[in-house]
Design a protein around this ligand. Structure first.
Ligand SMILES: Cc1cc2nc3c(=O)[nH]c(=O)nc-3n(C[C@H](O)[C@H](O)[C@H](O)COP(=O)(O)O)c2cc1C
Length: 215
């Protein structure tokens, strides 16, 4: 059993990466081999709208035809038993790199038929971990959930069962005194990081274990 996670944060040791590692730890506790791919290490762009993946009888039908660092990632995902994506929220949506990755990963598997169908050959479980600076209430007010539901719907349609979790009001910098950020109370942020972030880690651990158990 192989579970692959993709980190859509440029930071390899912060909130998103930590939660992805926890999710993989949960999956490993159920016997999975795991792998964490940092998208910011790779050279790639978003979908270029060439439609080679939808060209009838074409050699790239159902696959992304663009040759770059995502090629081996897509081969990895074709073999995986589950995938877990993680992204910080940037301006109300996933990071640019995660967005580009999702365009390239998802579009080739989605047929332009009515109803749309999935060309992914198997059913695998997927999870999504979102981290953000806002509180849960602000997230609701700002409508972020619409994005999460859309991603969940597309992931479910293409791959099979999907779930997501969020971590709110995250700790953002090593040293708040060095950064102009008067909007935030550094002590409250640190306290929350100590008290609440470990709960998010537990949730991620549970998600990883659940996903691996269902393979
Ligand atoms: C460019 C940029 C834009 C951001 N925009 C938002 C936002 O719209 N909403 C929000 O809640 N947090 C926003 N944040 C905060 C990050 O989502 C949050 O700190 C996240 O946990 C960072 O993940 P990381 O620690 O894994 O890098 C933004 C951060 C950056 C750097």
């Amino acid at each position: 059993m192989h579970v692959t996670a993709c980190n859509g944060s440029p930071r390899k040791t912060w909130n998103t990466a930590t939660l992805l590692e926890k999710a993989l730890e949960g999956a490993a506790s159920r016997g999975a081999e795991t792998e964490l791919i940092h998208l910011y290490d790779l050279n790639f762009k978003g979908c270029i709208s060439c439609f080679a993946c939808k060209t009838k009888g074409g050699k790239s039908y159902g696959r992304c035809a663009v040759k770059d660092d995502l090629e081996p990632v897509f081969r990895n995902i074709e073999e995986a038993d589950a995938i877990i994506l993680g992204s910080p929220i940037y301006f109300g949506a996933v990071s640019g790199e995660m967005r580009s990755f999702m365009e390239r990963l998802l579009f080739p598997y989605l047929t332009y038929t009515d109803p749309p169908q999935s060309l992914f050959p198997r059913k695998i479980k997927t999870g999504f971990i979102y981290t953000m600076n806002t509180t849960e209430e602000q997230m609701t007010e700002r409508g972020y959930v619409q994005h999460f539901i859309l991603h969940e719907t597309v992931l479910r349609m293409i791959f099979g069962a999907s779930e997501y979790m969020c971590s709110f009001d995250t700790y953002q910098f090593d040293d708040y005194s060095k950064v102009l950020s008067t909007r935030f109370d550094p002590e409250k942020k640190l306290q929350r990081h100590k008290d609440i972030f470990p709960q998010a880690c537990e949730k991620a651990l549970g998600m990883g274990a659940r996903i691996a158990e269902s393979v």
